[in-house]
Design a protein around this ligand. Structure first.
Ligand SMILES: [Zn+2]
Length: 327
């Protein structure tokens, strides 16, 4: 684990000391903000495949730095074909960075039109267009609809994991309540500009968002509702992931890790049980217990000052207090 990059934010927004974007940043920006629009298939969040040759050719005419290089200075007598070759060499690392960030993907190879070599084909991903719509939604609320639609396409892809189906259904409910902008779009945009170390576009899509208590309650209650509507197999798969997230948060707060470890092992027997550490007010002691994950999620959708109560296995009183720790 290290902060090596490339990072989504610095690649596209890094400025030099003079307050202007670096030359390298301008190349990334030209590719992501301009070229992606040129090759976009109309009305869809996808692009046609393009060759490195085509991209280099376009940059030579449209990127200020490349253009200047070959109109002023000694390089102005370089043949077009050599200019393109040099440009491909210069941008290869940048294309690789954009692939790592999830903004471009390889789309196969084709035979070179001249010569015997092969050239790579690339495509912009749906995530690129999601990201562009998200950035575009700042100051233009009509873009919110597009953010939603592209996100749904990503989440309902035929290879999507169960957790994506779950989020797709959950986001639909949030949208139906007219809260998609407030619960998803604004917090995600804020997260992007606040945390500059996202190294893949999916990290941003599932970024931790800052929500006020009321929105957390809405999120939690819609989350429980969505879970209950899933078929059993999908729900079990989703619960495995949600449960791990809740338990990860609990681990960092437990008093007796040894007891909690035992409870964690027991919780593995069913996807629907969650290991918690609770406190008995009457015995004055910490007790680890298993609770139903969905019941727990239901409980945390109520105001945080009302704790979850259970029967204590030691004194049999209704005095076991389970802290609410959201996923
Ligand atoms: Zn007790």
């Amino acid at each position: 684990m290290g902060l090596k990059g490339p990072f989504l934010h610095s690649v596209l927004f890094k400025k030099g000391k003079n307050g202007y974007y670096d030359k390298a940043t301008v190349i990334y920006r030209d590719i992501i903000f301009r070229y992606s629009m040129l090759v976009r298939i109309e009305g869809q969040p996808t692009s046609r495949p393009f060759k490195d040759y085509e991209l280099a050719n376009w940059l030579l005419d449209n990127n200020t730095d490349f253009r200047d290089r070959y109109t002023i200075g000694p390089d102005r007598y370089t043949k077009r074909s050599s200019r393109i070759k040099n440009t491909i060499r210069k941008i290869q690392g940048k294309i690789d960075d954009l692939i790592k960030l999830g903004l471009i993907k390889r789309a196969g190879t084709v035979k070179q039109s001249k010569g015997t070599g092969t050239v790579f084909l690339y495509e912009f991903t749906r995530h690129t267009y999601f990201f562009l719509a998200l950035l575009g939604s700042v100051g233009d609320e009509s873009a919110d609809e597009e953010v939603y639609n592209i996100l749904q396409l990503i989440l309902t892809d035929e290879n999507a994991p169960s957790i994506f189906i779950f989020y797709s259904n959950l986001f639909k409910k949030i949208k139906e309540r007219g809260l998609f902008s407030e619960i998803i779009i604004y917090p995600l945009t804020e997260a992007f500009f606040a945390n500059k170390t996202y190294s893949h576009i999916m990290d941003l899509i599932f970024a931790k968002r800052e929500l006020d208590d009321q929105k957390i309650m809405i999120w939690n209650s819609l989350q429980s509702e969505t879970l209950k509507e899933l078929d059993k197999d999908t729900r079990d798969r989703v619960l495995l992931i949600l449960r791990d997230r809740i338990q990860d948060n609990i681990v960092s707060k437990v008093r007796s890790l040894k007891d909690y470890e035992e409870a964690l092992i027991r919780s593995k027997e069913s996807a629907q049980t969650l290991a918690v550490e609770s406190y008995c007010k009457d015995c004055n002691t910490y007790v680890c217990a298993l609770v139903d994950v969905i019941e727990y999620l239901d409980a945390i959708s109520f105001p945080t000052d009302e704790p979850i109560r259970k029967i204590c296995p030691t004194c049999s009183n209704n005095s076991l207090i389970i802290p609410k720790i959201p996923p």
